[in-house]
Design a protein around this ligand. Structure first.
Ligand code: MN
Length: 228
């Protein structure tokens, strides 16, 4: 046993649907502006600019049914996203082998302090302050490829208090899952435990305490989170 000078941080895990098994998380990559209508609503040209990614911290992921309203913001937005969980990785992964590295899929929320992200964008600063805060990424239990295959089409919908706010389809992604994996692997070494959040359709908006966010990704699952 190594003699750690402090207690080692806990391994972050995501539950598996219908099982006591756990998926251990290594890194969290998030793609920006991956649905054309969302790129437009954020003031950008959706014409297939190269993809770009930011990261959240593994321990920003939660599996709780509540999302604590975060500090230092008055404009927290919901972004529903399909989540990809990798069982292996590597560098320079060819497009036609990319899906071989996927363990399974889930439904996630890339909660965003939009006001702080806006200031960061304006000042050319990194996005962590808007994106990588405590409990900023609620995720549903994962389901394995053996159950759900590789979903490339299907409804992506988020309702707030029963009213549809975001509605899209997985087939509207500008960069598809294999392209994201292959592209990321040209810049980073991907590995088992890496998680990719695949972008959000249009209709992002603010939530307040008490709001109930119901998330559905067709063929993948559901996630219900209350803002507290
Ligand atoms: Mn996002």
């Amino acid at each position: 046993m190594p003699n750690y000078v402090i207690d080692p941080p806990a391994v972050v895990t995501l539950p598996i649907a219908g099982s006591d098994d756990l998926f251990p998380v290594r890194r969290v990559y998030c793609i920006g502006r991956n649905y054309a209508a969302h790129a437009i609503e954020m003031g950008h040209d959706p014409n297939r600019e190269p993809p770009f990614f930011f990261q959240k911290n593994p321990n920003n992921l939660t599996t709780g049914e509540s999302f604590p309203y975060p500090a230092q913001t008055s404009d927290v937005h919901h972004e529903i996203e399909m989540v990809v969980a990798l069982k292996s990785g590597g560098i320079n992964i060819p497009l036609d082998q990319a899906l071989d590295h996927v363990w399974g899929y889930g439904v996630g929320l890339d909660m965003t302090r939009r006001d702080l992200q806006g200031v960061a964008k304006e000042m050319g600063r990194p996005w962590e302050i808007g994106k990588a805060f405590e409990e900023s990424a609620p995720v549903s239990p994962l389901r394995p490829v053996s159950e759900v295959g590789h979903p490339a089409a299907g409804l992506v919908q988020l309702k707030v208090n029963g009213k549809p706010k975001q509605t899209g389809d997985l087939n509207q992604m500008i960069w598809k899952v294999p392209e994201m994996i292959s592209y990321l692997s040209d810049f980073f070494e991907l590995a088992a435990g890496d998680v990719i959040m695949t972008g959000t359709p249009s209709g992002v908006g603010a939530v307040v305490r008490g709001d109930v966010m119901e998330c559905h990704v067709g063929g993948v699952g559901d996630l219900t989170v209350t803002v507290v």
